[in-house]
Design a binder for this molecule. Structure first.
Ligand code: MN
Length: 200
């Protein structure tokens, strides 16, 4: 048992005001500084003194989901989900997908506009709190809408991108209008080069 280890919130890869106006610095301060930090704190609390402390975060997600350990999974899942969430965005985004990623989008969804429409519908279709995911499976791309902390990793699938549709992600900036938030993030913040680098 590793008694000194703690799961640590990674640094935000940009300044909290860099995503503005699509996501305000107020939202980032709360979402990263309070919510994301709290998932790490709770994970450390619930995993303390257990075998989970000897695993890396990916393993904790997979194992705790498999064992239906909800206290550990909910916090490990959210810790993992938000790392991808922050990493996949950059101020000003990176325009539209290109190269191999664009080819796969065209192959799997028809074209980029259809992909964005379908992704937004998937995000709107998540009832209550959860995430909309772009995944790669058997060489093709697909979408998943999953509740609460659930992610493709827990389901044995490979996530390329995930958009948080918990109200804390958008309520200050978009009130109840979830589709506007999702569209704005896709258009203005997603770093498609980062997403492309996750292709297997
Ligand atoms: Mn969140």
């Amino acid at each position: 048992m590793n008694d000194t280890k703690k799961f640590v919130l990674p640094a935000l890869p940009y300044n909290p005001n860099d995503l503005s106006p699509t996501i305000s610095s107020q939202t980032v301060d709360l979402h990263y500084g309070k919510h994301h930090q709290a998932y790490f704190n709770m994970l450390n609390t619930f995993a303390e003194g257990t075998k989970f402390m000897d695993m890396d975060l990916d393993e904790v997600v997979v194992k705790s989901f498999e064992e239906d350990n909800k206290k550990v999974f909910n916090n490990a899942g959210q810790a993992w989900n938000h790392i991808l969430y922050w990493d996949q965005m950059k101020p000003g985004g990176s325009n539209a997908p290109s190269g191999k990623l664009l080819e796969k989008i065209n192959e799997s969804f028809g074209d980029y506009e259809t992909f964005k429409t379908n992704f937004t519908q998937q995000a709107v279709g998540v009832f209550g709190s959860g995430w909309a995911w772009l995944i790669e499976k058997d060489g093709k791309l697909d979408l998943r809408g999953l509740p609460n902390a659930e992610n493709p990793l827990a389901h044995g699938e490979h996530a390329l991108m995930g958009i948080d549709v918990w109200e804390h992600a958008y309520y200050l900036d978009y009130k109840n209008v979830r589709p506007d938030y999702v569209k704005a993030v896709l258009d203005n913040l997603i770093n498609w080069d980062f997403v492309a680098d996750r292709l297997r």
